[in-house]
Write a protein that binds this ligand. Sequence first.
Ligand SMILES: [Ca+2]
Ligand SMILES: [Ca+2]
Length: 298
Amino acid sequence: MQIKLSSSIETTPITYMGADGRQFVAVVSTGGGLTVENTGTNSTLSGVISGAGGLTKQGSGTLVVSGVDTYTGTTSIGAGRLNLNGSIMSNTTVNATGTLGGTGTINSANSVTVTGGTVAPGTSPGILNSGNVSFDSSSTLAVEIGGTTPGSTATSHDQLNVTGTVSLGDATLALSSFNGFVPSLGQTFVIINNDGSDTVTGTFNGLAEGGTITNFLGSGLNATITYAGGTNGNDVVLTAVPPPAPEIAVEEPIDDRITEFRRRRLRMELYAHHRVLAVRHRHDDVVVLGTGGRAGDQ
Ligand SMILES: [Ca+2]
Ligand SMILES: [Ca+2]
């Protein structure tokens, strides 16, 4: 790991604790900012970072920023992951190969701009708090779901908690199950909690208002997305819903006595003179019963 100080130093120290447990005292510059470049194992900046400079994260490793920081320059995540577990008062940019995660807070007066990078709230899972947030179409919101409540337990899900505006810009929504969680019918997940009454601008890629996510987290259920859910009708909420009813495709008349199709939740039934002729359950082949069956035999 390298810490580069690009200009004169302040007297306010910060503590750098390496993954091997060694601690260093460093300082933040007042001018051009502080660049942390780490690869491999995690590093932690636990002290207060102050001054007019910014903080730039480079290198493929994870940097944990856990202090109550007051520096006012830009936080720029250019590579690797920055887990913000403390708080910052800094406009933040997340670029192409960078990831912003953690359970801390970006002051509501400061913005998060994601251009090609990823926002992944929590450290599996968790709530990340921010001011205005905007994504572009090459960026990603990664959400782990381990239950129906946002938070940091093994049965929680990730949430971006925004005090300000939300602009999604056709970004990718990347969902993953956490801790083996399989959603049940009707469960809801507030993945972006948008304060106030301002509406969400834009949508995720391929997910218009009311759009469907098929086979939601491998459950066999679908999920629908709304950008007008939750408190004040302006949150992004997923709801587990039934999968679509199966289809029976009739390429030519099977029986000229067919009188009725019935579409039930998990199966399709074909009737002839009120007797069930064929049924198809979800995932199964069509079962042809002939004309002797009675409705409800399958
Ligand atoms: Ca809301
Ligand atoms: Ca808001």
